[in-house]
Design a protein around this ligand. Structure first.
Ligand SMILES: [Mn+2]
Length: 430
């Protein structure tokens, strides 16, 4: 019996155990929402179709610059990673696609596609890596990649991104995400303007290689690994890039890549308004780019981001089609459990945002009734939508309670016996 087979039995028995309580919770919530003029089935239908991509690197244990503490049964290669991703999809029904990172996940595209097809998975955005040196590479990225002072180093980084597009074409991907570590560690180390010009000219070369139906996402990050300045440091620079690169270029918002206390939901609104919001890397943080599980620290902020997304969806905002992906590092939990929980947190924030009474909210805003406007959002956020999420899963044949079902299945113990621990492994943080 394969590790995945154990899930089917566990889903059947665990769902049976949860079914009766879930039905009565669902019914009670349905009555409550009906009083608010909301049909619970509308919310179930929308949540059922809402998904988020899994980053291939997320299923391995992450680490910090101090240490990494691997868990049992870690995936040894991209094929093991795809199996773990299939577990997450089978249990949650919320993660049908995987986002690959090259060169970490480099393998024969035909074999990758075959494996993904067999597991019922597709491929999301491709991710390039010019923030670390691959073994045997000619030019080092120690002092930058796409913005490097040396033309040959820049050309190598461009070529790598073009290769990612080529691999992605063979896999059925439709987007490339570019995040670079380029920047500086000391005032005066680089010239801000010429460094950015070099970056833009490299990116223009990459855009030329994009198929017409692809999008390119640029991801900003204010610090790390460069600690004084980064080339793509904030949404303003990111927006300049998307404007400069043209209609296929969009801004990607990683929730952890901002200064503390920055109003991310407002950035999201601005990018939507300008037709340049490409998508998200979801995670959570307390201090900086902590890469903690989505919704684990500040679920209200996640809700407020989704409030902007649902608002844009409702009014049919121009060019609005954001890609959703998790991007987090699991240092002390089983990565499969964290990724399942995070995918469900994304769906939860979406469901809560769907409950906002937008007619009332607009009226309060127009009347300058700040207190009631705020309470209108809070009412939606305070609603426990768990019965909606669980019912959507159960009806699709996924697990009503993915974490308890996963534990009952014994999948981790099964793969721990099949996959001997490997030394090293790739990093876990972006
Ligand atoms: Mn990211």
């Amino acid at each position: 019996m394969s590790g995945l087979d154990t899930l089917t039995e566990a889903i059947a028995s665990e769902n049976e155990r949860h079914a009766s309580a879930l039905r009565s919770d669902f019914e009670a919530l349905g009555i409550q929402l009906e009083r608010r003029g909301i049909d619970i089935e509308d919310i179930v239908a929308k949540v059922s179709h809402y998904d988020v991509a899994i980053p291939s690197w997320g299923v391995g244990t992450g680490g910090t610059r101090f240490a990494r503490f691997p868990g049992p049964g870690e995936p040894r290669d991209i094929f093991d990673k795809l199996e773990d991703c299939a577990v997450i999809q089978t249990l949650t029904g919320a993660t049908p696609r995987v986002s690959l990172h090259i060169p970490w996940d480099k393998a024969d595209p035909k074999a990758l596609r075959h494996k993904a097809d067999a597991l019922g998975l597709g491929f999301d955005a491709m991710n390039s890596n010019s923030f670390s040196d691959a073994p045997g590479q000619t030019h080092s990225y120690k002092f930058g990649s796409l913005s490097h002072a040396d033309a040959a180093t820049r050309a190598q980084a461009v070529e790598h991104n073009v290769e990612c597009i080529e691999i992605g074409k063979a896999l059925g991907s439709k987007a490339l995400t570019v995040w670079i570590g380029d920047g500086s560690n000391f005032p005066g180390q680089t010239n801000f303007t010429t460094q950015f010009e070099r970056y833009l000219s490299s990116m223009k070369e990459i855009v030329k290689a994009l198929p017409p139906d692809w999008r390119i996402f640029t991801e900003h990050k204010m610090y790390e690994p460069a600690f004084y300045s980064t080339v793509v440091q904030d949404w303003g620079t990111n927006y300049m890039i998307a404007q400069e690169l043209g209609p296929q270029a969009y801004c990607l918002v990683d929730l952890g890549h901002h200064a503390p206390n920055v109003n991310i939901e407002m950035i999201v609104a601005r990018l939507i308004q300008s037709g340049k919001l490409g998508g998200f890397h979801f995670n959570d943080s307390k201090y900086g780019d902590d890469d903690l599980d989505t919704g684990s620290i500040d679920p209200y902020r996640l809700f407020l981001v989704f409030n902007e997304l649902v608002d844009a969806e409702a009014r049919g905002a121009r060019g609005f089609s954001p890609a959703h992906m998790l991007d987090q590092s699991h240092n002390v939990t089983d990565p499969i459990e964290s990724l399942m929980q995070s995918a469900m947190e994304v769906q939860r924030a979406y469901a809560q945002a769907l409950l906002v009474d937008r007619v009332a909210l607009t009226a309060y805003q127009d009347d300058n009734d700040a207190l009631m406007a705020a309470q209108t959002l809070k009412q939606a956020f305070r609603t426990d939508v768990e019965p909606i999420l669980a019912m959507a899963r159960m009806r699709k044949g996924n697990a009503a309670d993915p974490v308890s079902t996963y534990r009952a299945s014994g999948y981790r113990q099964h793969v721990a016996a099949q996959r001997p621990a490997v030394a090293g492994g790739s990093g876990g943080i972006i």
